[in-house]
Design a binder for this molecule. Structure first.
Ligand code: MLT
Length: 324
């Protein structure tokens, strides 16, 4: 066969294959890789969504916790998976933005992944163990500064959401913290409740139930307005730290070269899950906010990720983070 004809024929076969794979997709279980420990906020959101996506897609949607190095171990696993829509990378501002400024990653966060869908976001919340003698945020910051050695702040590892929030908190208050890395803020929360560490600048969705139960103390949430499902907790603006605003958004990605119609299928299934009243109720009860209507496309997540890289990398690089 003439070379040009051969190439065209080969291309036609390849595109037919891709079309066929998208039409029959999914035909086996899909795995969402959550890069943090079970029982934490990423795990909780992924499991709530997976339950509904399973019904929409007609196949099992499993959650696998692949932890370590601020979530970069799990993201790396997803990046190296076949681009066939059967492996999804779940992550957030930490894993898919901050990690790139902290680690020498073996992958590029933007070019090695295809964005699928923006997921709910939540502000951070400043919480301490109950034994800390402060009652207000101002008292808490004074207490932090008065300690002979830096108080211990639990994080989900260098470059995670809780770590970046801690760095930002140090910068804005002048307090010094000693970070204690965990494989997720689920296990960090267990140690906070037990009084083994002093504080976490945590995702509201992870802390809210322990605050409600009186097991830890909340000082403020990092937003300009209160969270509906925790309306008694003041904002940072109300209690002396105006402008310490940070919203942690999550998202889902697939390996680059995943066929566009499979990406579209997953995007539709995710948005369907987010629209389900029972799912919404569960997420909103955790203090999570739905993505705005104009940000439901894969491109909107891509744009958000790039804008956040431009915003956060300079601060994180200036903090000269040591990788544990
Ligand atoms: C987790 O699920 O453990 C969190 O998303 C970790 C974090 O980034 O703070």
């Amino acid at each position: 066969m003439h070379m040009r004809k051969f190439v065209l024929a080969a291309l036609a076969v390849l595109s037919l294959g891709a079309a066929a794979s998208a039409q029959s997709y999914p035909s086996r279980p899909i795995t969402i890789i959550v890069p943090f420990a079970a029982g934490g906020p990423s795990d909780a959101m992924a499991r709530i969504l997976a339950e509904r996506m399973k019904t929409v897609l007609g196949e099992a949607v499993l959650v696998e916790n692949v932890t370590g190095a601020g979530g970069s171990v799990g993201v790396g696993r997803a990046v190296r998976s076949p681009p066939d829509g059967y492996t999804i990378s779940f992550g957030h501002l930490g894993t898919h933005v901050a990690n790139g400024a902290v680690y020498k990653l073996g992958y590029d966060l933007v070019t090695d992944l295809e964005p699928v869908a923006l997921l709910p976001s939540n502000p951070m919340i400043i919480v301490s163990k109950n034994a800390v003698p402060a009652k207000t945020l101002t008292e808490f910051v004074s207490w932090l500064k008065a300690q002979p050695s830096p108080p211990t702040a639990g994080t989900a590892g260098a470059g995670s959401g809780s770590h970046i929030a801690g760095l930002y908190f140090e910068k804005i208050t002048g307090a010094k913290l000693q970070y204690v890395p965990y494989r997720g803020t689920g296990p960090a929360m267990n140690d906070l409740v037990a009084g083994q560490i002093d504080l976490i600048v945590d995702q509201t969705s992870n802390s809210i139930q322990q605050v409600r139960a009186g097991n830890i103390r909340a000082y403020a949430i990092t937003d300009s307005k209160r969270v509906d499902s925790a309306a008694d907790i003041p904002t940072v603006d109300e209690v002396g730290l105006p402008g310490f605003h940070m919203t942690l958004w999550s998202g889902m990605w697939v390996p680059k070269d995943t066929p566009k119609d499979i990406v579209a299928r997953l995007n539709a299934a995710t948005n369907d899950a987010l629209n389900d009243p029972a799912v919404r109720k569960q997420l909103e009860n955790l203090g999570l906010q739905m993505p705005p209507r104009d940000k439901l496309t894969p491109d909107a997540l891509g744009a958000q990720q790039k804008a956040e890289i431009a915003k956060w990398w300079p601060m994180i690089k200036a903090a000269n983070v040591k990788v544990d």
